[in-house]
Design a protein around this ligand. Structure first.
Ligand SMILES: [Zn+2]
Length: 584
């Protein structure tokens, strides 16, 4: 909770700037991928991801945050990140990692998607010829690098390009930390979302053709997913492809494919993506906690990466917009619970008893303050930092707890999750507007105030004459829902979970009231495929989780009970009218 006015997206969005502005190394302009909050002192650390992936991911976050908050706070950093990415593009069109003590001079294929995520966001927000040219050149080279089968299928047989030579594998000399050594089609499926976004922003055909061919190869030929939508598992001895079972890359690929399938009207791909989405859904909790890996041999780490949470939100929205109404409900449970709770707000628990001078790769200066607003890389269902003892992290340094706390990628995904929930909550329809998610926000179409989790009440003020549809959360009995128009109860027609009001005047005020059921359930995490099942008692009020028991040990999550049960002290803030909202 962010105060006594209910769940708010603007406070979190404004706070997120603090993380990005504080996580860029002033000496090099490069972001820090890793934030360790359990070491003493806490620290930020660089690795190879910072040289391209994080540049792109930070940019991908700052653009929607700026639009949503109508603030120029991150604008200088945005431009610096953009220029740095473009400067790292070589004559061959690919964006290269520089040679540093923590990265080799290569153009990693996965990185091209990360860079494009940032550059495409710039193109979606405004005409940006610099970014458009950079993406065009990158796409042209990627299209040449891919192995095509006609126009319908494409796959990357290479992980990177170095010295003009495509690498089929990373060998020991240029092994990039954390990169899979051999190509994994699904891992590289993360290029689909930015290719599609850029195709939409630019109207160009080439990125759409490549995105579609990669999608078809992954869905129909790669073997990356089972018939039932499951993530394919590593076989014994397949250590090089550690990404098998990696939740974020599996679900990000699916979210991208679902967006593309909806856009191109490809029902087969849409059904395929829905199968994977629902399989993944069944392997997490109803409030949006998903494990970072599923089925990766014996190290099922019990941590949740915000990236995977937001991919599921993204996929749920794509399916909801394709007519799967229940997916609005799923999306609502994800953003208001694990997306919001995965953000670091309270830093009073972070322990620091000494200081150390910064090194080339690590920074120790004011880390908790710089970390506020970031998102968890490894949360438990009840804690910002999972309490699961991973043998890998435990072995790093016996004197320090090196469990990752925040990841740069997750900060970016968290920001994107805030934007997606905010943007998709209120959409235009033919002849009016639709309130799809109960989110307080303003726009040039209507103002929406939501009283959850204190009260099941949505208030909508129309800014233009027209029709209004409102999805009533929680699937209540229709008899328990009341609708008022300018203070007078009215009968409404229903379409699925939506109530419909036609012919409203500008300035009309509609209030929808619905019950918020409170109940407690036992949720078992790690019980399906994992080695250490843990039971949690989860208390819901409507779609909001307000308590999880037992509480976490480091930074307990879901401490919302008191705020949720008290009458709200203030009107829900709706934020500014955004000047240039774009479809993400
Ligand atoms: Zn992440």
């Amino acid at each position: 909770m962010t105060g006594s006015h209910g769940l708010d997206l603007f406070g979190p969005a404004r706070l997120a700037f603090n993380y990005f502005l504080g996580h860029v190394d002033r000496r090099t302009g490069r972001p820090f991928m890793w934030t360790y909050l359990l070491t003493d002192p806490p620290k930020l650390a660089h690795d190879a991801w910072d040289t391209v992936e994080e540049l792109g991911r930070y940019l991908e976050a700052l653009v929607p945050l700026r639009v949503m908050t109508a603030s120029d706070e991150g604008r200088d950093l945005e431009l610096a990140l953009r220029d740095k990415l473009v400067a790292q593009q070589k004559e061959d069109g690919l964006i290269y990692r520089p040679q540093t003590s923590y990265s080799a001079h290569v153009a990693d294929v996965y990185d091209q998607g990360s860079a494009m995520l940032g550059l495409a966001a710039c193109c979606l927000a405004a005409d940006d010829p610099v970014c458009a040219e950079a993406i065009d050149r990158d796409v042209a080279t990627l299209s040449e690098l891919a192995r095509w089968d006609g126009d319908d299928y494409a796959r990357f047989d290479h992980v990177a390009v170095q010295d003009g030579r495509p690498l089929a594998r990373y060998d020991g000399q240029v092994l990039e930390t954390d990169n899979p050594e051999a190509p994994d089609a699904v891992w590289l499926g993360r290029l689909i979302r930015p290719l599609f976004q850029y195709a939409r922003a630019s109207g160009r055909e080439e990125p759409l053709v490549l995105a579609r061919a990669l999608s078809r190869d992954i869905a129909l030929r790669s073997g990356g997913y089972g018939e039932d939508g499951s993530f394919s598992r590593a076989r014994e001895g397949e250590d090089a492809v550690w990404t098998v079972g990696h939740f974020h890359s599996r679900t990000n690929t699916v979210a991208g494919i679902l967006r593309l399938a909806r856009h191109t009207g490809d029902d087969d791909l849409l059904e395929w993506g829905e199968r994977v989405f629902r399989w993944a859904l069944a392997h997490g909790t109803r409030f949006g906690w998903y494990p970072e890996f599923i089925g990766r041999r014996d190290i099922e780490t019990e941590g949740c990466e915000t990236c995977g949470v937001v991919d599921m939100l993204d996929a749920a929205i794509a399916l909801a917009k394709s007519g799967r109404d229940d997916c609005w409900e799923i999306a609502d449970r994800i953003w208001r619970n694990q997306v919001l709770e995965n953000q670091l707000r309270d830093i009073s628990w972070v322990r620091s008893t000494r200081t150390l001078p910064d090194t080339e790769t690590e920074s120790f200066d004011g880390v908790p303050e710089r970390a506020r607003g970031g998102f968890a890389g490894w949360s438990g269902p009840n804690d910002l930092i999972s309490d699961f003892r991973d043998p890998y992290f435990s072995a790093l340094d016996p004197t320090q707890d090196h469990r990752r706390s925040l990841m740069g990628c997750c900060a970016s995904s968290g920001a994107k999750g805030l934007y997606l929930a905010w943007h998709e909550a209120l959409t235009s329809t033919e002849g009016g507007v639709s309130v799809n998610l109960p989110v307080s926000r303003d726009s040039d179409k209507a103002t929406v105030r939501c009283r959850e989790p204190n009260e099941g009440r949505l208030e909508i003020t129309m800014k233009h004459p027209g029709n209004l549809t409102v999805r009533v959360p929680g699937g209540p009995d229709r008899a328990d829902v009341t609708v008022e128009r300018d203070g007078t109860p009215v009968d409404v027609s229903w379409r699925g979970d939506f109530v419909e009001l036609a012919g409203l005047d500008a300035g009309a005020r509609v209030v929808v009231r619905y019950p918020l059921e409170e109940h407690t359930e036992t949720v078992t995490v790690g019980g399906r495929d994992f080695t250490t099942p843990v039971d949690y008692r989860v208390t819901w009020r409507g779609n909001t989780v307000i308590a999880v028991d037992p509480p976490g040990r480091h930074c307990p999550l879901y401490r919302r009970e008191t705020d949720a049960r008290n009458a709200p002290a203030a009107e829900p803030p709706v934020g500014p009218v955004p000047p240039n909202e774009f479809d993400y």
